[in-house]
Write a protein that binds this ligand. Structure first.
Ligand SMILES: Cc1ncc(COP(=O)(O)O)c(C=O)c1O
Length: 335
């Protein structure tokens, strides 16, 4: 069994809810703050203000990405519940699934994945990693079958005498989202609060965590989530629900969190989830060719495409500092 329980840092300077976050059980997966780098050439190429990138794609654990931060809290909860198996759902190329199966492997737990999509003849990218991680993979045809299959698989595992723990899609629960509440503190230890944060969003846990983190730290940063799939209204509603859940979890159901602005842009989905667009192609090539930074068409290239479009539309002041929060997904480039 992996013994990497995180040691809470000194939290004397934090407000009470943030102290509660630091006091909560967490499994150490991140391995320290991710770098923040200035994208000087990228900014010059698009005529932008100061643009920085927070490199959550560079989290060392299992190819990193945003799910690793969420899994720190979720996995600790699973261990506290006495789980011996982590079960989750996702597409065949899901980053979340890979992060969950990697966490199971690291903690000495069994990993069971319900993957919607066709079983690949020769697994690539995340599907290959899931297999290498020793996950038990059950393929289902459609997303619609996910919920019932999860119920069935949990019942089967229990009948076999196991103690399964269901990790919900994207680990976007209030508990998982605390990973991004913490991440805001990590960012603020590295730089002054940016004027704007742009990032990719879908199940909304990352967005909710960043929004709640900014509110609890009292910084006025505008947070823009760029949808990978669903309409703005749906993701915003999801994010608000999670922020409300965070408030309850931290026992701080006050105005600071209730009034935290949630803003999602649905304008860069293009033809749909995972389908490259002309704008995501441009963002992907530009970032690679002048910064050696890799973004994927499902999530991060679309968010970066939005950032480029905002610059071109004059939505930022020349004095603004814009942070692109890179949420990972680079494994998808090899699918
Ligand atoms: C690379 C990447 N970026 C962003 C997201 C969206 O994060 P969230 O599900 O927390 O909204 C995901 C979700 O799978 C992801 O894999």
């Amino acid at each position: 069994m992996y013994a990497g329980m995180a040691i809470p840092p000194s939290s004397a300077a934090l407000c009470a809810p943030l102290q509660r976050v630091e006091a909560m059980a967490r499994v150490a997966l991140i391995g320290g703050p991710t770098p923040i780098e200035e994208l000087v050439q990228f900014s010059a190429a698009i005529g932008g203000p100061r643009i920085l990138v927070k490199r959550d794609d560079a989290i060392p654990f299992a190819f990193g990405g945003n799910k690793t931060r969420k899994m720190e809290f979720v996995a600790a909860d699973a261990l506290a519940a006495g789980a011996d198996t982590l079960v989750t759902v996702g597409g065949v190329q899901s980053n979340h699934a890979r992060a969950t199966m990697a966490t199971a492997a690291k903690l000495g737990l069994k990993g069971v994945l319900i993957a919607n999509g066709e079983k690949p003849v020769r697994p690539t990218a995340n599907a290959l990693l899931d297999e290498l991680l020793g996950a038990d993979i059950e393929y289902i045809a459609t997303r619609a079958e996910r919920a019932q299959t999860m119920v069935d698989v949990i019942a089967r595992l229990q009948a076999e005498g196991r103690t399964p723990y269901a990790v919900p899609l994207g680990a976007s629960t209030p508990l998982g989202s605390l990973g991004y509440v913490r991440a805001v503190g990590e960012m603020l230890a590295q730089m002054d609060a940016p004027d704007v944060i742009v990032h990719a969003t879908s199940s909304a846990g990352t967005h909710a965590g960043i929004v709640a983190g900014c509110a609890l730290h009292g910084v006025p940063t505008r947070v823009i989530g760029v949808s990978a799939d669903d309409p703005s209204r749906d993701i915003e509603e999801r994010a608000r629900d999670i922020v409300r859940g965070i408030a309850m979890l931290l026992d701080c159901d006050d105005e600071v969190l209730r009034s935290a602005p949630v803003s999602v842009d649905e304008g860069f989905i293009g033809d749909g989830y995972g389908i490259p667009s002309a704008a995501s192609h441009e963002a992907q090539r530009l970032a690679a060719q002048i910064e050696a930074l890799f973004v994927d068409h499902t999530y991060t290239a679309k968010a970066l495409a939005a950032l480029i479009a905002y610059v071109r539309a004059g939505r930022f002041a020349p004095t603004d500092t814009v942070l692109f929060w890179h949420t990972g997904g680079q494994v998808g480039l090899f699918a």
